[in-house]
Design a binder for this molecule. Structure first.
Ligand SMILES: *Cc1c(COP(=O)(O)O)cnc(C)c1O
Length: 387
């Protein structure tokens, strides 16, 4: 009866339907499924943050509409955290905005800066929202493949002059979901030069900045000189503090970019529940212990999984960051055929890499969001299947 808009009809097909169905069928038969498919931390939100939420939710001052751009306290905590963590100075009033999760800001910024037909440079494989946000604004994605030979970084030199000239924005995400790749200072410097040359807004998704191992500390785009002229950075408390259900994140950087995003938000939503901002800023202000603990847990899980998969015959790199493993699929399998086999024969759910974009074909994404003993069990089962 109701006709969906072209906007929705343009959305890429959902590739995991078959696997989702098979998973449900097996579960209905009583099969014990180990799900390494979802990027959602299994660990609870730290008690300090929960405790502040309990206090804040009882304070009537928090029961009214929040400021759409975030409370002064929250924005101040973000600016202080940037100073401490990245040595980047931000003006809390004009260079910080709270978000209802990073996803919300990532989706909405396109409505502020993409006109119908405008080009956005989108990495592939990638978190789907960069592309979807572009499509919802009637923009045109120009896909830049992330290839192993380039360390899963976009090759800026491969972008044709015509596309670069037409592009309004470029999306980046390091540490990267799904490839677990990281980017160094040289790369970010090249990006800033590229953006200045072609007058392009750089949208950097830094959601995984705190999920890093062995002393590695991911950097902010804004640490590069001149980055604030062209860059906006998206952050989330979801992954750093196990808060995916709470819906809180923020964006920082270029004033006009923040202001444009704020205009969209002030007309579409009314900001983040103040009690959640209060709780979130406890994470930002008292995070050393919390983050160290989370990093140690994922590092141990990573080592268990990498060792187990190597024993099973896979060639796996040890990631420096994120809670993902990006695992090459050995012949004769495809991403889909191996994912199906692992589900059917081992009861282990993994995500076929091509679900994140066609250059992801030939890979599987495995998440580390299960307890050690379940991960060990998963590797034992995978070994049992044989390649
Ligand atoms: C999880 C994730 C997000 C979304 O974070 P929220 O703050 O929960 O909306 C954004 N980008 C990437 C790459 C992610 O993996």
């Amino acid at each position: 009866m109701f006709e969906l808009t072209e906007r929705l009809k343009k959305l890429p097909p959902y590739l995991f339907k078959e696997i989702d169905q098979k998973k449900r069928d097996l579960q209905a038969k009583g099969v014990d499924i180990i799900d390494l498919g979802i990027g959602d931390p299994d660990l609870p939100t730290p008690p300090k943050i929960v405790k502040e939420m309990i206090r804040a939710v009882q304070d009537p001052e928090n029961h009214q509409y929040p400021s759409y751009s975030g409370s002064d306290d929250f924005k101040g905590a973000v600016a202080d955290w940037y100073q401490e963590r990245f040595s980047v100075t931000l003006d809390a009033e004009s260079e910080v905005i709270s978000l209802i999760g990073a996803k919300e800001g990532i989706a909405h910024i396109h409505l502020a800066f993409i006109n119908p037909g405008d080009l956005a440079l989108i990495p592939t494989p990638a978190y789907p929202v960069y592309n979807i946000g572009t499509l919802f604004a009637d923009g045109m994605p120009y896909f830049v493949p992330l290839l192993k030979e380039n360390g899963f970084l976009p090759d800026l030199n491969s972008i044709p002059e015509e596309a670069a000239t037409k592009a309004k924005m470029i999306w980046l995400n390091y540490p990267n979901n799904p490839t677990a790749a990281v980017a160094d200072r040289d790369f970010f410097e090249a990006v800033v030069a590229f953006a200045h040359k072609y007058d392009i807004m750089v949208c950097n998704d830094l959601t995984y900045s705190e999920i890093a191992f062995d002393g590695y500390r991911p950097m902010s785009l804004l640490q590069i000189e001149g980055a604030k002229d062209i860059g906006i950075e998206f952050h989330s408390l979801s992954k750093s503090f196990n808060m995916t259900g709470w819906r809180i994140g923020f964006a920082v950087g270029n004033k006009e970019a923040i202001e444009g995003l704020g205009s969209v938000k002030s007309n579409l939503d009314s900001g983040v529940f103040q009690a959640i901002q209060s709780a979130g800023l406890v994470g930002l202000r008292k995070n050393r212990e919390i983050i160290r603990e989370i990093q140690e847990i994922y590092a141990k899980r990573r080592d268990i999984m990498v060792t187990g998969l190597r024993d099973a015959g896979f060639i796996v790199d040890t990631p420096k960051a994120t809670f993902y493993l990006w695992v090459p699929v050995p012949p004769p399998y495809t991403s889909a055929s191996l994912a199906t086999k692992l589900l059917t024969d081992a009861g282990v759910v993994v995500t076929p890499g091509n679900g994140f974009g066609s250059p992801g074909e030939g890979y599987l994404r495995l998440t580390l969001t299960q307890e050690e003993k379940r991960l060990l069990e998963a590797t034992e089962r995978i070994k049992g299947v044989g390649l």
